[in-house]
Design a protein. Sequence first.
Length: 169
Amino acid sequence: MTAAPNGLTPGTEITVTLLKAPRPDVRYPATVVRDDGTHAVVTAPWAGPPVSDFGAFRFERGDVFTEHYWRDRWFSVKEVHAPDGTLKGWYCDMTRPARETPDGLAVADLDLDLWVSADRALVLRLDEDEFAASGLAETDPAAASAARAALDELEALARTEGLEGLLAR
């Protein structure tokens, strides 16, 4: 298999790095599904604790994430499936555009998130307090503005036509 120009090769094992400064970065293995040089898709098992309960949703061992990263957008979208293949929903991180690293992909997490349930009945904006506390609006107003715009864009899309069309492109 060959990689797209400036892209990752499908079937390749890579490392995804979520840059979480000032907190420790999160690194985990993933497999490249496709990459057109702008939009990379990888799959990865849930890499966190055995169970992470967020109240309205939970991630647990055995969940499979199909993760979408763009090199020209300020977000990533993770389609979350239970071990039996049932779609749980979409977890969206507002991030700086993804970049390739020697061992895979890296994205800087900007602390704003969105959860969309599989039936789209629940659309939750998350971590706005963490975003405000990060000081990004003061230290990098352009990035803060891009993150807020990305969150608004994804929320509007989730509440209307859904995220599926975005992920299929």
